[in-house]
Each structure stands twice: as structure tokens, then as C-alpha cells.
Design a protein around this ligand. Structure first.
Ligand code: C2E
Ligand code: MG
Ligand code: MG
Length: 705
């Protein structure tokens, strides 16, 4: 520490006496710079760097007689003090001027000494304590400054209160967060400046600093609390408070460190929302739906009310996605959701399970039948056309309904049963709803066993093809054969295609089955030709699933090459549903088949929704009038006129027409009269095994052989 003293004293004798005393200090000598006027004193003080570093070579203190030749009394002090406010000033005064000396002490001088009572001891002691006090004050100031800077540069808000709960400190972050400036907040009650509420209920929460004082221990903030700013806005905050103690360990106040967690909380909320909702449609997802259903069940149980779960699947949605692209598929799903939401009450829940499947919870129902009203409303609303990016789209949906308590008491069971019922709605022609029935469970088990059996049937060679003749109605000659598959099940015996083809289509096993069948049919047709039988067209049924398979065309081509059957002898029977999907890929596949020379016929014509535009758009050779029309031609005039119309339409479009399911002479007579060119049915022959068919083809020599 510097021991340089600036002595400003006009009187040489007095100056000398002071110097003497200071030089002989027992703590080591002071260096004294003696000047005689205020101006000189100011010069010394303002000399470069002097007042900046009082601790090293700077001036440690000023010893001044206020009455100098160039300045007098208070003015002397004032000039010096202004020039070097950090350097302690000790005033030398006469008893007469003691009042002035007292005044300057009030204004910032450290102390005064009366010259007439001055002795070396007193001077040294006073000067020593003046210098020390100034140094301590400086250290304290620096300490405070450091704390202040630290507190203002951290990202957390800091607030402190005294024992009476009044604010004593806010750092800048706390100022910003509370909306109070420190100087305004000082002395205000903590309740005014730092009001905390529960973020959900908005009820006031006791301030943790007050608690920290009361309980004399660190306190954490209650979870989920928010600070109410001065402007009334709320911000989520988090952290803790601790009591402040004095040297004796007595609590004198509390300090609290906290930070804004609004963003983190909002982020957490967003994440939990996303975990429970479907991104595309914003509907509750499977997980949230299960929760809601479970809650609704508890309520329904307690209040003895009913509820229903509707499982909804868009019919043939995949084809829209495949043919028009996912973007349009997504738009369509969103439009569907809008309509679904418009159909239900606010107490109901619509959820997306994934893909094109939705589950709806009707939570307030008087009777299970109420669900039917809802289901009908949905079927109707969703079947209206959708205009999406200039595409005019039509869809239907299939709905399965399971009601509590009749169809299940638990969420999982109800969902499973509604799903099962939906599957049955699909099976019975789509675009409808089905209530769950307990037999469905049995049928589902049955279906499952068929599926398991199908998986090995191809390898185990359990399939055979039967053939049914197609006849020229004018000449009676067999002009073709339709191959119809039969399954010799090791336990069940003969299983009809109606039982297993839909299952095979659904699980995709139809592809290998169809591949086997097509090869077998072509091989057989070629074998008959080799055997010298009159060549006939071999028709094979193809389901939509097979046609959409990417290798389909290549496969047909390969089978024709492999079996050596001339392409013109192969005819593929397609159903209307495939055309209805009306996609570009449908046209491409059909054209590719035409290009290799395969004949195409439209099976079960009249049962679907074919319109003339479909027929014109696709290269179809023959219409197969469905057997349901043929069955009643002689009794039902409607059916009769439909058949007449189809026959003439076929002619006009230059298409072949064949009537399926001809069973009686009367039916045949009617068809002949209407000039239907071809027919097929039990009247001519049931589907028969290959050797039997060969006999039909060439009865005489075969029979003779
Ligand atoms: P489909 O293609 O319309 O075949 C005609 C169905 O009517 C055959 O039933 C046939 O036995 C039956 N039938 C023929 N004439 C008469 C008649 O005069 N009266 C009555 N009541 N029925 C007659 P089947 O063999 O049970 O086949 C049913 C359906 O299964 C077929 O309908 C076809 O859609 C499908 N199917 C059969 N074999 C195959 C196959 O190998 N692949 C594919 N994908 N589907 C097949
Ligand atoms: Mg057919
Ligand atoms: Mg048919």
C-alpha cells in the first residue's frame, strides 16, 4: 500500500512539524510531498495516474490546511475532493475554524485534526485509520461491484428480500422478468413485485422466499408455477430460494434464483401433444384414443350408460394413393376427417389409427341403435364427391360397430370386435356398417384357419382346376373353357373358391396361387391341342390384387412362352372393381395385356358400377353378363330388359357378350331369341375335371377311345 502523503500547507513551520512526525512513524516512514498552495496541490493530485493508483505509488491521503494563499475554507476542500474523490482527505484546522472542518467532514473529508492540539501520535493514528478506512471502502466497493456484475451477467433472475419481506435486490434479468426496476421495487413487499401463481389454477402460491425465512431452510418452487409480471402476463418459472444469514447466523432475508421455463414447458407440452396426436390429421392417435375409451368405460360403468366404438376403413383407399400419389391421398384423408368431425358431437372422439383407418367413440348413447344413426350419417357424408386438386374423387367406407356393454366391457375387446365387424362389412360388399355379432368371432377363427391352410396348399399340391365350357349359342359348339380353381383341403374336403379366394386376396397368397393356376390352365389348353382336340380359348380369373402386382405382365408372358400356348387362346376374366379404380396404371396394365394378344373379358358384368365410359376407356373384348340376371330372365322383366340392353350394347361397342349361369332350356331360349352370342352354365355342363372336359370337347373319338 502506498505511504505517499500530499501535504498542502502554506506555513513552513507547521509543515515541518507534520513532516517530522510522519517521517518518524513507528510503522515505517511516510513519504511526504509538501506543496504550499491549493493550485500546486491540485496539480499533484491530477498528475497523470496519481489518483488512479493510491495503493502503489499514488497518493495515499491528502493532509490539507483549508486556509491557503490561493484558496480558503470549504472551497479548498471542494476543489481537492472534486479533483480526486477517491483519495481520503484529512483536514488540519484551527479551533476557530472547527465548524468549517466539521462541515467538510460532512461533505466527504475523512476527518479533521486541530492544529493547536496536534501531536505526532494523534496525527499518525488518525492518518493510519483514514488510509485503512479508504482502502477498506475501496475493497468493499470492488467486491460489491464484482457481485453486481456477476449477478447481472448470469442468465438466471435473482431477487432478494429482507426479513420483513421487502425487496432489497433484483438483477437485470429479474427486472426484465418482473417488469419492475430495482429502484422502484426496493422496499416494496415481495407480494407486489414477485407474485407467483399455479400455472393451471392461477391460484396464488406462497412465496418460497417468505417460506425460506419462516423455515430457515432452502425451498424449492412448487412445480408448475408461474410468475405474474407487472403487466399481468404470466411466465412459467422454476427454481429455489434460500435464507440469508448475518454473522451470528440470524436470518436477515432470503434470496431466490429462478429462470423462465415458459419455452421449455411449451416445448414439453408440444411434445406430449405430438405423442398423442396424428401428425397428418391432428386427430387423437391410437394411444390417446385407448385412454379416452378406457376413461369413458369407467364413466359408463359407474353411470350405467352405453357407448359404441365404430371402426371405419376407407374402401380401396390404397388404390387412390397408388394411382394419384400420396399427396392427394393425404388431402383426401384430411377432407374425410373434416366430414367425420362434422358428423359427431363434441363429446365423441374421432381418432386415426393409421393409414385409412379411423375409430370413433360415441360416448353418450341411450340405445346401441343410436350408433346406427351415426353410422348412416357418416356413410352418407363420406360418400359425397371430393374435389381434390381437380380430381373428382368418390369413396365409400366400411364400418364395424361394437357397443358397450353388449359387445365387450374392456377397451381392447370393444376395439377388436368393432374391427372384426368392419371386416365383415367389407366382406358383404363394402359401403355399409355391421354390428358385431358373436358368430363373427367363430368366422374369424375359421378365416384364420383357411389362411393358415392356404399358405401350404400350393406346395402340397392341394389345388386343382376344373373347366366349364363356353358355348356358341347358335351352333352349340364349345368355343372356350373357364378354368375354375378347387381346393382339396386335407381335412375339410373340397373348399369352394367363394370361401377361400377372398381370404387369399386379402393376405396376398392369391399371387402364388394365381400364378400356379394360370400356368396350369395354359399347360392344359396346350396339352389338349397336342392331343388333337379342337383348340379352345382358355379363360382364367384374375383378381385385382394379382393385376396390380408389378410382375404380373412379365409373368403372363413367361407362362405363355413356357407352355407354348398361342396368346390368342388365353382370355383373362377381370372384375369391374379393378376397372372402377380407374387409375392410369389400370389402363397401362390392360393395354400391355392387349399388346401381347391376350383376350380380356369383364366378369360378373352388371353387379358393379361399370359405366359406359369405363368400357370405352379400357380394351375389353367380352362382357360376361352376371348369372344373377340370367337366373330370373324368364320371370323378372327388369332382368330381361337389362340382358337385352347389354346384348345390344355389346354389339354396338363391338364386344362379345356371354351369359353366365344358364341353367334351363327357357333361359337358353330367351338368350337365343335375343341373339346373345355365347353362354355358359350348368345347362351345358358343370365345371369338370380336365379329362372330363376333353370328352366334352371331342365326344365321339374320346368316347370311342
Ligand atoms: P366366376 O368367375 O363368375 O365363375 C362362375 C361361377 O359360377 C363358378 O363358381 C361356377 O361354378 C359357377 N357357375 C357356372 N355355371 C353356373 C350355373 O349355371 N349356375 C350356378 N348357380 N353357378 C354356375 P365357382 O367355381 O364356385 O367360382 C366362384 C368364383 O370364384 C368365380 O366366379 C371367380 O370369381 C372365382 N374364382 C374361381 N376360380 C378362380 C381362380 O382360379 N382365380 C381367381 N382369382 N378367382 C377364381
Ligand atoms: Mg369368371
Ligand atoms: Mg362370373
Amino acid at each position: 500500500m502506498s505511504r505517499n502523503i500530499l501535504l498542502i500547507q502554506n506555513d513552513p513551520a507547521e509543515a515541518k512539524a507534520v513532516q517530522e512526525a510522519l517521517i518518524h512513524s513507528s510503522d515505517g516512514p511516510f513519504q511526504v510531498e509538501w506543496v504550499r498552495s491549493c493550485a500546486e496541490g491540485l496539480k499533484s493530485l491530477t498528475r497523470e495516474g496519481k489518483q488512479e493508483k493510491p495503493d502503489t505509488d499514488g497518493i495515499a491521503a491528502v493532509l490539507v490546511d483549508l486556509f491557503l494563499p490561493d484558496s480558503r475554507g470549504f472551497e479548498t476542500f471542494d476543489q481537492l475532493f472534486r479533483a480526486a474523490p477517491k483519495i481520503p482527505i484529512l483536514v488540519l484546522s484551527t479551533s476557530q475554524d472547527e465548524d468549517i472542518a466539521k462541515l467538510v467532514v460532512q461533505y466527504g473529508a475523512q476527518d479533521y485534526l486541530l492544529k493547536d492540539r496536534l501531536n505526532g501520535y494523534l496525527l499518525l493514528k488518525t492518518l493510519g485509520s483514514v488510509i485503512e478506512r479508504a482502502a477498506n471502502a475501496e475493497a468493499l466497493f470492488e467486491e460489491k461491484e464484482r457481485a453486481e456484475v456477476t449477478l447481472n451477467s448470469i442468465a438466471d433472475a435473482v431477487v432478494s428480500i429482507d426479513i420483513s419481506n421487502n425487496i432489497t435486490y433484483l438483477n437485470i434479468v429479474a427486472e426484465n422478468m418482473t417488469g419492475w426496476q430495482l429502484d422502484e421495487a426496493m422496499g416494496h413487499s415481495v407480494e407486489d413485485v414477485f407474485k407467483i401463481v399455479d400455472a393451471t389454477t392461477h391460484e396464488t402460491i406462497q412465496n418460497p422466499m417468505t417460506l425460506a425465512i419462516q423455515q430457515n431452510r432452502a425451498m424449492s418452487l412448487t412445480p408448475n408455477c408461474a410468475l405474474v409480471r407487472r403487466d399481468g402476463c404470466e411466465a412459467g418459472i422454476e427454481d429455489s430460494a434460500a435464507p440469508i444469514h448475518d454473522r451470528r447466523g440470524q436470518v436477515t432475508g432470503a434470496v431466490m434464483v429462478f429462470h423462465d421455463v415458459s419455452k421449455t414447458r411449451a416445448q414439453a407440452l408440444k411434445m406430449s401433444y405430438q405423442a398423442q396426436h396424428d401428425i397428418l390429421t391432428d386427430l387423437p392417435n391410437r394411444a390417446l384414443f385407448s385412454d379416452r375409451l378406457s376413461q369413458a368405460l369407467v364413466l359408463a360403468q359407474r353411470q350405467k350408460t352405453k357407448l359404441a366404438v365404430l371402426y371405419l376403413d376407407v374402401d380401396h383407399f390404397k388404390h387412390i394413393n397408388d394411382s394419384l400419389g400420396h399427396a392427394i391421398g393425404d388431402c383426401l384423408l384430411r377432407s374425410i376427417v373434416q366430414r367425420l368431425l362434422a358428423c359427431v358431437r363434441s363429446s365423441d372422439t374421432v381418432s386415426r389409427q393409421g393409414g385409412d383407418e379411423f375409430v370413433i367413440l360415441f360416448s353418450e348413447m341411450a340405445h346401441p341403435e343410436d350408433a346406427i344413426v351415426g353410422a348412416n350419417k357418416i356413410l352418407q357424408a363420406l360418400s359425397m364427391p371430393y374435389l381434390i386438386e381437380r380430381h373428382d374423387l368418390h369413396i365409400t367406407v366400411s364400418i364395424g360397430i361394437a357397443a358397450y356393454p353388449d359387445d365387450g366391457a374392456e377397451a381392447e375387446t370393444l376395439m377388436k370386435h368393432a374391427d372384426l365387424a368392419m371386416y365383415f362389412a367389407k366382406e358383404s360388399g363394402r359401403n355399409n356398417y355391421k354390428f358385431f355379432k358373436s358368430e363373427m368371432n367363430d368366422r374369424a377363427v375359421e378365416r384364420q384357419s383357411i389362411e393358415t391352410g392356404l399358405r401350404q396348399a400350393v406346395e402340397q399340391k392341394e389345388f386343382v382346376l376344373y373347366y366349364q365350357p363356353k358355348v356358341n349359342l347358335e351352333t352349340g359348339a364349345i368355343i372356350g373353357a373357364e378354368a375354375l380353381i378347387r381346393w382339396h383341403h386335407p381335412q375339410r374336403g373340397l373348399v369352394s373358391p367363394a370361401q377361400f379366394i377372398p381370404v387369399a386376396e386379402e393376405c396376398g397368397i392369391i399371387v402364388p396361387i394365381g400364378r400356379w393356376g394360370l400356368r396350369e390352365a395354359c399347360r392344359q389348353a396346350r396339352a389338349w391341342q397336342y392331343a388333337g382336340l379342337p383348340p379352345v380359348r382358355m379363360a382364367f380369373n384374375i383378381s385385382a390384387v394379382e393385376l396390380r402386382h408389378k410382375d404380373f405382365i412379365d409373368n403372363v408372358h413367361a407362362i405363355l412362352m413356357e407352355t407354348g400356348l398361342d396368346t390368342r387362346y388365353l382370355e383373362l376374366e377381370l372384375t369391374e372393381t379393378f376397372l372402377m379404380e380407374n387409375s392410369e396404371s389400370t389402363a397401362i396394365v390392360l393395354q400391355a395385356l392387349k399388346d401381347i394378344g391376350v383376350q380380356l373379358s369383364l366378369d360378373d358384368f352388371g353387379t358393379g358400377y361399370s359405366s359406359l365410359s369405363y368400357l370405352q376407356r379400357f380394351p375389353i373384348d367380352t362382357l360376361k353378363i352376371d348369372q344373377s340376371f340370367v337366373r330370373d330372365i324368364t320371370t323378372d322383366s327388369n332382368d330381361a330388359s337389362i340382358i337385352s340392353a347389354v346384348i345390344s350394347m355389346g354389339k354396338n361397342l363391338h364386344m362379345g357378350v356371354i351369359a353366365e349361369g344358364v341353367e334351363t332350356k327357357e333361359q337358353l331360349a330367351f338368350l337365343k331369341e335375343k341373339k346373345c352370342p355365347e353362354g355358359q352354365g350348368y345347362y351345358f355342363s358343370r365345371p369338370v375335371a380336365a379329362d372330363k372336359f376333353a370328352e366334352l370337347l371331342f365326344p365321339a373319338p374320346m368316347k370311342a377311345a
